[in-house]
Design a protein around this ligand. Structure first.
Ligand SMILES: [Zn+2]
Length: 297
């Protein structure tokens, strides 16, 4: 136990010193495999990359000395196709990937909230009812973490204990929202939004807290336009919408991305989800890391 704690403190201390965090576009070889490098940063004067595996969409941090820069392939692969996947009409709401061909994917949004605590019942019920570790995507914000330190630590603990397989999705650091403005001037379409810094700030904050950010992104309020969708893609991220926002009455089926809120802002969606589990309507969940372009309608 003592050794475990020492390693943990050591890691946190290392991560706390991240500097020069910036987006890059490169391909590298590591252990004879191709990865896309999307960020570079320094930790104690050593250079690191955040890289993505193009088949199973998983991210890693690697010391650049362990990699060799190579030419990016010209043929598309799972990662590049998913990254470039947008609704050509760029609707004001729900752009990005909404309908996988099969499997049920659970996403739980952690938007900023003044509510104390979080939907502990939701995560505990996942752990109790499905084979561990249970795949779940958290679309998290820095503002939620700042007000919910203990809950954030609990989520990381469940992951460390092998109970949850968390994909740490980006929901922006600030998640700007104006209660009285129309959608087209709201969320990331607000005047004061700076998409790039809002996205990178969340990633840096996760890294400083010992969490590797994924490349999955969800627009706050699911609201976007062509310009911001392009920006997300440029930053190497994959936009995830939803076809089963439970609190809005959209029921999941095989081929659904479920949206519920883990921050207590929408208990109705969690009530419905728990009822579906109780009635054996959902028997297994898939990890968003296993999304495959061949399996999107
Ligand atoms: Zn949100």
């Amino acid at each position: 136990m003592k050794i475990f704690i020492t390693i943990l403190i050591f890691c946190t201390a290392i991560y706390a010193n991240i500097t020069n965090y910036k987006p890059i576009k490169a391909c590298v070889e590591l252990n004879s495999n191709l990865y896309y490098a999307i960020r570079s940063f320094d930790i104690n004067n050593k250079l690191y990359y955040l890289v993505v595996n193009p088949d199973r969409i998983k991210t890693y941090i690697v010391n650049i000395n362990k990699t060799t820069q190579i030419k990016c392939p010209t043929t598309p692969n799972n990662y590049t196709i998913l990254r470039d996947f947008n609704n050509p009409k760029h609707p004001l709401q729900n752009d990005g990937i909404t309908t996988p061909k099969n499997g049920i994917f659970l996403t739980t949004d952690l938007c900023p909230s003044s509510k104390k605590g979080f939907e502990r019942r939701l995560y505990e019920s996942l752990i109790k009812n499905f084979k561990n570790p249970v795949p779940v995507t958290l679309f998290i914000t820095k503002r939620w973490i700042l007000k919910h330190r203990q809950e954030f630590i609990q989520l990381k603990t469940w992951q460390k204990e092998g109970k949850l397989d968390i994909t740490w999705g980006n929901h922006t650091a600030k998640h700007i929202y104006h209660p009285k403005l129309p959608l087209k001037e709201n969320f990331v379409l607000s005047k004061e939004e700076n998409m790039q810094s809002d996205i990178l700030e969340l990633e840096k904050y996760l890294l400083k807290n010992g969490v590797v950010p994924s490349v999955f992104f969800r627009f706050p309020g699911l609201v976007s336009n062509k310009k911001v969708a392009k920006k997300v893609k440029e930053l190497g991220l994959i936009t995830i919408g939803s076809n089963a926002w439970l609190a809005k009455g959209q029921m999941p089926k095989n081929g659904s991305i479920i949206l519920v809120h883990g921050n207590k802002n929408e208990p109705k969606g969690v009530d419905i989800f728990l009822k579906l589990i109780y009635n054996h309507k959902i028997n297994s969940l898939k990890s968003i890391k296993d999304l495959n372009y061949q399996k999107i309608k």
